[in-house]
Design a protein around this ligand. Structure first.
Ligand SMILES: O=P(O)(O)OC[C@H]1O[C@H](O[C@H]2O[C@H](CO)[C@@H](O)[C@H](O)[C@H]2O)[C@H](O)[C@@H](O)[C@@H]1O
Ligand SMILES: O=c1ccn([C@@H]2O[C@H](COP(=O)(O)OP(=O)(O)O)[C@@H](O)[C@H]2O)c(=O)[nH]1
Length: 464
């Protein structure tokens, strides 16, 4: 019988203490695989000697197949080409994009290593679903080893316009590698259109119809599959969590002040310093909120070995300190800046206590926190979501206040408007977002992608 083989760099093996690791990809894939079962292959998260066999761990219906990375691989593949070249480039940050041939070689080496280990677990009818920018060359590496299974790839982060992508010195090598897939999925129509333009303009693909291309003698399909959450499950979790001691203590500590809340990995793509600057601007211009509002920013550390991330951590700490120093009083601190991760259960309860959810990335593939915030609200007295127009989730969450995170005054005004919004308007906006969440529920995400992959005609898939 055919099985689903999911491959991603980050694998969300649940731990007893904190559940699944912070990060939307692990959260989303765990929801998918917990339901239908299958093999989940990827990095163990550990540094160790290269393995000749993946380590297998069984958990519920999922078999995790994990492998360690050597120090060199971790440096060149994960910290290097994936997170210092592709991550900033694909998030439109040419100013932060570093390119080193050595990192590219490490990136290709790890993809070949994954292919060598993975191939031992693949049977002829299996469907292979590769996730994210760490593994762009993997389908090509599998084809080179004779794998003729259906292969899909999903890009969790944005795909920029060709103008940006062309800045990558070896863009053809990377872009072309995806043509070894049968289906390439994106979070938004904009990402899919950008990739389609690249195929046609740079790889000489022929667009046979919308989202169907002939390229390198094969058929390649693209599609839009926005990642969602289990809205009913999350809403239940939030209701339950709001009765927990932890959440009650946080709520009591607010002394009746409304809470604004942000939850983001510590990443420059999340627009965190700009967000705190906008909050400061609100305190400056809407003086009635001084002393009467609390901003909780939960920001677990992420990719801490990369210099840009360490710099970001310093900058954010300084910004929070400056604002607290400027506006804080003996009995009131404007910003509570927390640098460690929380379980999704804790977050769910906190979202429900918050009056305003603040999700203002400079660029984000989707952003599951925005969706979780909406699902966690009390329908009778819901909070307001303020979202960046540059988050994929903004295209779904139509009841949010949409801001340009580069516009400090505009964002400050939106925060103030959200805090003051009358109940009836809050209910209407929330209802509309809750309804929209259904259309992208996580339960439908994988079936939609996999059904499209299934429809790829065998006749049009010549042997690689
Ligand atoms: O694995 P890390 O380096 O610790 O980073 C965590 C994950 O960050 C990114 O998540 C993205 O996927 C989310 C779900 O589709 C999406 O909502 C979000 O906008 C993306 O940024 C990254 O894409 C993952 O590969 C990482 O595991
Ligand atoms: O301390 C934390 C912070 C975040 N998350 C989860 O990590 C995911 C973050 O996904 P998102 O798409 O918002 O951003 P990413 O980190 O993937 O870029 C969400 O499900 C959060 O609930 C978590 O479990 N604990």
């Amino acid at each position: 019988m055919s099985k689903l083989v999911v491959v991603s760099n980050r694998v969300g093996v649940p731990t007893r203490k904190s559940g699944v690791a912070a990060g939307g990809l692990a959260v989303a894939l765990n929801d998918v695989l917990a339901e239908r079962g299958g093999l989940w292959f990827g990095w163990s998260g550990k540094i160790g000697a290269p393995q000749s066999e993946a380590t297998l761990v069984e958990h519920g219906k999922i078999t995790y197949a994990l492998c360690d990375l050597s120090n060199e691989d971790f440096g060149e593949y994960y910290n290097g080409f994936a997170n210092r070249t592709l991550w900033p480039l694909l998030h439109y940050r040419l100013d932060l994009t570093e390119f080193a041939r050595r990192d590219l070689a490490g990136y290709r080496r790890v993809n070949s290593y994954f292919a060598d280990l993975l191939i031992k677990h693949i049977e002829p009818d299996d469907v292979i679903w590769i996730h994210d920018y760490h593994l762009i060359p993997l389908a090509e590496a599998l084809r080179a080893r004779g794998v003729n299974n259906r292969i899909g790839y999903f890009q969790h982060i944005p795909w920029p316009s060709p103008d940006i992508f062309l800045a990558l010195p070896n863009h053809i090598e990377i872009g072309h590698a995806l043509t070894a897939c049968d289906l390439v999925g994106f979070q938004t129509e904009r990402d899919a259109v950008n990739f389609g333009r690249y195929l046609v303009e740079e790889l000489g693909a022929f667009a046979r119809k919308d989202h169907v291309f002939s390229v390198a003698g094969r058929e390649l399909r693209t599609g839009v599959y926005p990642v969602g959450i289990d809205r009913i499950g999350f809403a239940r979790m939030a209701k339950r969590a709001s009765r927990s001691r932890f959440v009650a203590e946080v709520a009591n500590s607010l002394n009746g002040r409304p809470m604004l809340m942000g939850v983001d990995r510590l990443d420059y793509s999340k627009g965190l310093t700009q967000r705190l600057d906008a909050f400061e601007r609100m305190l400056e211009t809407a003086a009635e909120w001084r002393g009467h509002v609390t901003f909780l920013q939960i920001t677990p550390k992420s990719r801490g070995d990369i210099p840009e991330y360490a710099a970001m951590q310093r900058a954010l700490g300084e910004t929070a300190g400056r604002i607290n120093g400027r506006y804080g009083e003996a009995n009131w601190t404007p910003i509570r800046y927390v640098n460690r991760s929380h379980t999704r259960l804790e977050l769910a309860g906190l979202y429900r206590v918050a009056k305003v959810g603040v999700v203002t990335p400079l660029r984000d593939g989707m952003n599951l926190v925005a969706k979780e915030f909406v699902a966690a609200q009390d329908p009778e007295d819901p909070g307001v979501l303020v979202i960046s127009r540059f988050a994929g989730a903004a295209s779904v969450l139509d009841g949010a206040l949409v801001v340009n995170p580069y516009d400090m005054d505009g964002t400050a005004n939106a925060l103030s408007q959200a805090l003051a919004m009358p109940l009836e308007e809050r209910r209407q906006r929330w209802q509309s977002m809750w309804d929209r969440l259904e259309t992208t529920d996580i339960a439908g995400w994988a079936p939609r992608f996999l059904a499209a992959l299934e429809r790829v005609s065998h006749r049009r898939r010549p042997l690689w």
